[in-house]
Design a protein around this ligand. Structure first.
Ligand code: R5P
Length: 290
């Protein structure tokens, strides 16, 4: 197999190292210095050889992590024409369409910048929507952490489990999780006020969850608002325990605490974003995609 070098950005160093190991590739870390005005100065610690894979998630500080990703891709392009940019968690993925007139689809700006920097292919994990992928003019592969999350949950002893999506947009994800787990699924109906960002569950009362342990499956948790509202609704329907499975646990401010207080027994996420809940490793699925 030809030589491969994985460059780990500051936001994804541990995951990048795991990926390099799986691919039997060279690993290069990057050093980051942030100046008092917020500018990033990034230095790669060795010369990359062969095909290059840049790995960097763009969780908060989102813009800063994007600049670092773009800088690493630009540098990598000086050494190789083949630069795969792995963005395990891709920020701005929710800005995939013009919801309100005049809004800018910033994901399309990001897509153009990655091409301009020299990426020849992009790999993301559980992108928010397939529509978002259409903004990229180079090959983009969306790999899923859902089978790995489902196999983690299979090891827990849940009572007559049911997989629930907090909104209809996540129904297919819930279906995929349920298929891998080997159980049924359903989706709630959620409404988000596009101006205030407030969410409401507008599903009618349901008997089907009574007494059953539930796994709420979502692509990401940001403020925790969606999961808290879904949990409060499901608890009112007299369900059993509620667990949360998500790919990207941003858990802004005290989101984790709010979710636990609402009655969730545990939050399990993947390591696209490092943190206390990031138990499920996605380096294997990324390696397969490469
Ligand atoms: C929305 O469509 C997404 O799938 C997530 O449910 C949402 O972005 C999570 O955000 P928050 O935790 O702030 O409700």
């Amino acid at each position: 197999m030809s030589e491969i070098t994985v460059i780990g950005g500051n936001a994804s160093e541990v995951l990048a190292k795991r990926l390099a190991k799986k691919l039997n590739a060279n690993f290069i870390s990057s050093e980051l210095r942030v100046f008092p005005d917020g500018e990033s100065k990034i230095t790669i610690t060795a010369k990359p050889k062969g095909k290059i894979i840049v790995v960097n998630s763009t969780y908060p500080p989102v813009d800063s992590n994007f600049i670092q990703t773009l800088s690493l891709v630009t540098k990598a392009r000086q050494f190789s024409r083949q630069v795969i940019c792995v963005i395990p968690y891709m920020g701005y993925a929710r800005q995939d369409r013009e919801f309100l007139s005049g809004e800018i689809i910033t994901l399309s700006v990001i897509a153009k910048l990655l091409v301009a920097a020299g990426a020849s292919k992009i790999i993301v994990v559980d992108a928010h929507s397939t529509l978002g992928l259409k903004h990229f003019e180079i090959p983009i592969k969306n790999v899923s952490a859902v089978p790995e999350l489902a196999s983690y949950f299979r090891r827990l002893r849940l009572k007559h489990p049911l997989v629930v999506s907090p909104d209809s947009g996540g129904k297919e994800r819930a279906a995929e999780f349920a298929k891998h787990y080997g159980t049924e699924y359903m989706a709630l109906v959620k409404n988000r006020d596009r101006k205030t960002g407030k969410v409401k569950i507008i599903s009618a009362s349901l008997d089907s969850v009574r007494g059953r342990d539930l796994i709420l499956v979502d692509d990401m948790i940001s403020t925790g608002g969606s999961i808290v509202k879904a949990t409060q609704f499901l608890k009112r329907q007299k369900c059993g325990k509620i667990y949360v499975a998500c790919t990207h646990a941003l858990l802004i401010d005290s989101a984790g605490k709010k979710i636990k207080q609402a009655g969730v027994s545990a939050i399990i996420s993947s390591n696209t974003i490092p943190g206390n809940t990031s138990i499920v490793d996605v380096s294997g699925v990324i390696a397969k995609a490469i």
